[in-house]
Design a protein around this ligand. Structure first.
Ligand SMILES: NC(=O)c1ccc[n+]([C@@H]2O[C@H](COP(=O)([O-])OP(=O)(O)OC[C@H]3O[C@@H](n4cnc5c(N)ncnc54)[C@H](O)[C@@H]3O)[C@@H](O)[C@H]2O)c1
Length: 387
């Protein structure tokens, strides 16, 4: 008799995270976090469960909260069932999110795992004694924390700045995942579409490449002329910003900066343009600004599909996906980046937190890249498991 089991996505993900499985096994022997509490503010979705369970295997007590918009209720329920303290719930309200961050810091965790800088920016305002340091996952977080090493004065290793994170997640996985998001939200074809990508960093490179591979006609806009030249030499069109907007059927922002596409661009938009964002913060497309300035006849909301259509007075339509939130973690069945890319990134997280917990780093390691020996260890581990 063959046994039939109902298995959840959380278990599918755990089963696919080979690196984290190997690290968990090691951590359950070495217990690098025994007696320590780790506070985390990262998307609460199935892949982060695999990371959190690895840290717990290493002896950590965990207090977790999410980021804006991306918290998944099934993940929260699962974590709570595992005895992990979860603060807050799914919200798009920035003030509510700030309160969750404060409630987490009230517990004075010994280590912090930050994603976007929310925890450490607040620590700079309200420091506490037992904090050893921690990690920051993203470009956006690094940018917020970089000006304040004297204020924070604790080791913070920036996962984003590992070459592995850059190519495995930002370039390959974000590109695939934003492409998948476009298809998932719209169910429209990419063939022959004119797609404009704002930002040609690692995420923009992957995104532009994935849409080109899917037979779109891709233009790139980057404020840095050197980066724009790179896009040009990579074979993308690099028109003037206004031409790139006016010709686009699809506009994607992946810069990490606010107000990349705003109400000032309204006269340029083509009828039926689709706008969506892949950058960390929902401010890259100024959705509220566009709505408040545009002469709107109506707003159609396809609630379960995460699409909003603005019907302008002059008859044009503008479609916005996921309310301008990171599209790969918004809308229907948001799966985020591929499991393998997150397994790699989270292996870096686990090893970096282990390094900070070891107590050998000091304030001179505040907002610095992942140590090269950790990159080498994680890369070798992945290759060994995939040969
Ligand atoms: N969606 C995801 O799953 C995911 C994953 C990783 C990172 N991110 C986020 O994506 C964003 C980009 O990350 P990255 O690693 O590619 O960053 P990056 O710093 O490598 O690249 C950003 C690029 O945007 C350009 N830029 C800045 N302002 C611009 C403007 N006004 N117009 C056009 N270009 C502009 C910069 O010159 C730079 O080349 C960040 O917010 C990051 O946190 C998202």
């Amino acid at each position: 008799m063959i046994q039939q089991h109902q298995v959840s996505r959380i278990e599918w993900v755990a089963d696919s995270c080979w690196l984290l499985q190997a690290i968990s096994e090691e951590f359950s022997r070495t217990k690098p976090f025994q007696g320590l509490t780790i506070g985390t503010a990262i998307h609460l979705e199935p892949k982060t469960v695999a990371l959190l369970m690895t840290l717990r295997a290493g002896g950590a007590n965990l207090v977790a909260t999410g980021n804006l918009n991306s918290t998944q209720p099934a993940t929260v329920e699962y974590l709570k069932r595992q005895g992990i303290v979860v603060i807050g719930e799914q919200t798009t309200d920035a003030r509510a999110h700030r309160d969750f961050i404060d409630t987490l810091l009230d517990r004075q965790p010994d280590l912090l795992l930050d994603n976007g800088g929310a925890l450490f920016v607040r620590v700079a305002e309200r420091p506490y004694k037992n904090l050893l340091g921690g990690t920051e996952e993203t470009t956006s977080g690094r940018r917020r924390l970089a000006p304040m090493p004297e204020v924070i004065a604790l080791p913070i290793l920036v996962i984003n700045d590992s070459p592995i994170k850059q190519f495995a997640e930002n370039r390959h996985a974000v590109g695939q995942s934003l492409f998948e998001s476009y298809m998932r939200f719209t169910n429209r074809s990419t063939n022959g579409k004119r797609v404009t990508v704002f930002g040609y960093g690692a995420c923009g490179k992957g995104t532009a490449t994935c849409f080109r591979n899917a037979h779109s006609n891709v233009s790139v806009v980057d404020v840095d002329p050197v980066t724009a030249l790179e896009a040009h030499l990579d074979g993308f069109s690099t028109p003037l910003r206004s031409d790139a907007i006016a010709s686009a059927d699809v506009i994607i922002t992946v810069t990490g900066f606010a107000d990349i596409v705003t109400a000032a661009d309204l006269p340029l938009f083509k009828d039926g343009v689709i706008l969506f964002n892949g950058g960390h913060f929902p401010s890259e497309i100024d959705v509220e600004g566009i709505k408040s300035v545009a002469p709107l006849k109506a707003v159609d909301t396809y609630a379960n599909d995460g699409i909003e259509t603005l019907l302008l007075g002059d008859g044009r339509k503008i479609h916005i996906l996921g309310g301008g939130h990171m599209a790969n973690l918004a809308g229907p069945r948001p799966l985020g980046n591929s499991i393998e890319s997150m397994d790699l990134g989270f292996a870096l997280q686990a090893r970096c937190l282990e390094r900070v917990a070891g107590g050998k780093l000091d304030h001179t390691s505040c907002v610095v890249p992942v140590p090269a020996d950790i990159d080498a260890q994680v890369a070798s581990g992945y290759l060994d498991l995939n040969r």
